[in-house]
Write a protein of this length. Structure first.
Length: 149
């Protein structure tokens, strides 16, 4: 009889422990589901905020690019690659079509006043094609470059 009672007590105790563990796991599952719902809502709110910030950044980037384009310039005192001095002036070289007389290309040239070196430090601010369109031959001296063949 003692064994029967002990088995019954062990079984009852074991079922009670199992019931408590199952209740604990069910409670943890409920909490996890609620936490995931909260995290999902937080994630959606953060993604909306990120999209708004990216939109504002796009506007700011466009404003900065417009300002850079408006204030772009080529430094006439760029560092000379030969002597390293930073004293110079700019000139331009226009490539003119011999048949039509139209400007096809404009290159901005830095001239070092120390050693006399001539070098290209940057593209024209307006871009080569736009600079060629804006070139005015009656104001600037004509320099005809040889054609590449």
């Amino acid at each position: 009889m003692t064994e029967f009672v002990m088995d019954w007590v062990r079984g009852t105790w074991g079922r009670e422990v199992l019931r408590r563990r199952i209740e604990r796991l069910e409670d943890m599952q409920r909490r996890s589901i609620e936490l995931l719902k909260t995290l999902k809502e937080t994630n959606i709110a953060q993604s909306r905020t990120i999209l708004e910030i990216e939109e504002r950044n796009g506007v700011l980037e466009a404003a900065v690019k417009a300002w850079e384009d408006a204030s772009a310039r080529i430094d006439p005192n760029a560092k000379c690659p030969v002597c390293g001095d930073m004293k110079g002036h700019l000139t331009h070289i226009a490539k003119v079509d011999r048949h039509t007389g139209a400007c096809t290309d404009v290159i901005c040239q830095n001239n070092c006043e120390t050693c006399g070196n001539k070098f290209i430090s940057a593209e024209p601010v307006a871009g080569r094609e736009r600079a060629a369109q804006l070139y005015q031959p009656d104001i600037a001296p004509k320099i005809i470059l040889p054609e590449n063949k």
